[in-house]
Design a protein. Structure first.
Ligand SMILES: [Zn+2]
Length: 451
């Protein structure tokens, strides 16, 4: 979910010298890596060649070309969709739709909050309707590659649920921010960061109970030998994994996955039923070890902290832009409390969300690489790690060898080729922990559970 390197390669390099990646010093190292990998074509070419050779050792050429073709089409769709959305926003702020804010104020008959609801709601619906055809094409595309098997009706039901959940959040947070901007000209960015940050924490706590059940049904793991093994591994890692649940993902797709979610009492690791049914216990345990890596590394809290910091930076930026709009009236906007301000405010929000993709993906890749690293340390078994990663990539038709820029902009995980390379470079003898110190819990079906 959540969630400092270009692509997780910092962690690979730290591992290569036998040191655990720590937060201090990472920023400097990553700036160096960013400069080295992005601006030095020779480095790029050599690394791409190395990863291509690695991929050809683990995947057959048919799979690699099929996966490249699948993801190329999805990328083209994304670029087309983004161009359309940004053009719409431009029309709304500067073009022929520029008077919509004033019109909405008129329709609301002098009730400013109703005008804001009308503006935020209408832009949200328009953007969702612009995205919908692209979502349906993506659905059919995945269906044709055998990656999904849900009906269009079920797909659209899921789409409607997320439309309503996200729409409610956009409306609540949007009204809150516009109200604070109008009422507290000086301190609104700080107040908004605190209030929205608290909302994000509450949502993270409640999501496993309120949001996830909208899409999946959860059951306890019925393979007791496997459950004992996983609980023992968590215990070996110093964690109490009292909630390991299985989600009925197979109802919709063949994708194999697992995730760690929640805070405090709602914290849990969820495994997809596809994973349990198609993969060996050793492979499931390896995936579980990765999720334990997120837990042990406090990645959800880290993600929330970075998210709240990013929110504050975004609000300061939005404040500058909105103040300029009020000072030099655009589309008849007269004051900080003018409801028509909701139009440019929404456009700024969408733009900032696009921009935020890059840093949030950078952080996410680093966090994912650290969870992989913890899985290697817990199990001391890079071979099973590689086998599991190869099988998951095959099942999900993953983009094993994305271009450097695609990975930099869009990948929340290091590419499968990089993850495999990290495992192949992992040397248990250089680990900070005794090599594979949880290996026993991985291999023995009936381990002793530490108290
Ligand atoms: Zn992960």
């Amino acid at each position: 979910m959540i969630r400092w390197s270009l692509d997780g390669s910092t962690t690979e390099r730290w591992i290569a010298v036998g040191k655990r990646p720590g937060w201090p010093g990472k920023a400097g190292l990553n700036c160096f890596l960013l400069a080295a990998t992005v601006f030095a074509p020779a480095v790029l070419a050599t690394e791409a060649e190395e990863l291509a050779v690695l991929a050809s050792r683990h995947f057959d050429p048919d799979f690699l070309s099929r996966s490249a073709e699948y993801h190329q089409y999805r990328l083209q769709l994304f670029l087309l969709q983004t161009t359309l959305l940004l053009s719409f926003l431009l029309l709304l702020v500067r073009g022929t739709l520029g008077q919509w804010g004033r019109k909405a104020v008129e329709i609301a008959g002098g009730r400013p909050w109703l005008a804001r609801v009308l503006i935020l709601g209408s832009i949200y619906v328009a953007l969702a309707l612009l995205r919908l055809p692209f979502s349906v094409v993506r659905y059919h595309h995945a269906l044709s590659y055998g990656l999904r098997h849900d009906t269009l009706q079920l797909y659209l039901t899921d789409w409607t649920k997320s439309f309503l959940v996200t729409g409610s959040m956009v409306l609540i947070v949007g009204l809150l921010l516009l109200g604070l901007f109008a009422l507290f000209p000086r301190a609104w960015t700080v107040i908004a960061t605190v209030v929205t940050g608290l909302l994000a924490v509450v949502l993270t706590i409640l999501a496993p109970l309120l949001i996830d059940p909208l899409y999946y049904q959860f059951r306890p793991l019925d393979n007791k030998a496997l459950e004992n093994r996983l609980v023992a591994m968590a215990s070996c890692a110093g964690l109490v994994a009292d909630k390991v649940l299985v989600a009925n993902a197979s109802r919709r797709s063949s994708s194999v996955n697992a995730y760690f979610t929640g805070i405090g009492a709602t914290r849990r690791i969820v495994l997809y039923d596809n994973l349990i049914e198609k993969f060996s216990d050793e492979e499931v345990a390896m995936v579980f070890a990765h999720e334990l890596g997120h837990w042990k590394g406090n990645h959800i809290r880290q993600g929330l902290s970075f998210g709240i910091l990013g929110l504050f930076i975004g609000l300061v930026f939005a404040d500058r832009l909105l103040r300029r709009l009020v000072d030099r009236p655009l589309n008849g906007i007269r004051s900080r409390g003018d409801p028509a301000l909701a139009v440019p405010a929404y456009a700024i929000y969408v733009l900032l969300m696009f921009v935020a993709l890059v840093p949030s993906n950078m952080i996410s890749r680093q966090v994912e690489a650290e969870a992989d690293w913890t899985a290697l340390e817990l199990t001391g078994d890079p071979r099973t790690f590689v086998e599991t990663r190869v099988r998951i990539s095959q099942s999900n038709l993953s983009n094993v060898l994305p271009s450097k820029w695609v990975e930099f902009l869009f990948f929340g995980h290091p590419s499968p080729a990089r993850r495999i390379r990290m495992a192949e470079n992992y040397d248990p003898l250089r680990s900070e922990l005794p090599a594979g110190h949880c290996q026993e819990s991985l291999n023995s079906p009936f381990p002793r559970i530490a108290s």
